[in-house]
Design a protein around this ligand. Sequence first.
Ligand code: ZN
Length: 72
Amino acid sequence: MILKILAIGLVLFLVYIILFKKDREKSVKKDVKEKNEEIMVECPTCSTFISKKEAILSNGRYFCSKECLLNK
Ligand SMILES: [Zn+2]
């Protein structure tokens, strides 16, 4: 009887651990994604601030548009 209760408790514990781990991985991935979108970079050509997600990366610098990239 005690063994049965312990077995059920162990299964519930494992399920809890698995669910908790999945939630944590999800939130970590979400955080990384949000951080990338939130970071604002200055266009070296026209000094406009744009999010990294929309910026064009060239030689380690972020440009707001192809025009600025060509006119650097
Ligand atoms: Zn620009």
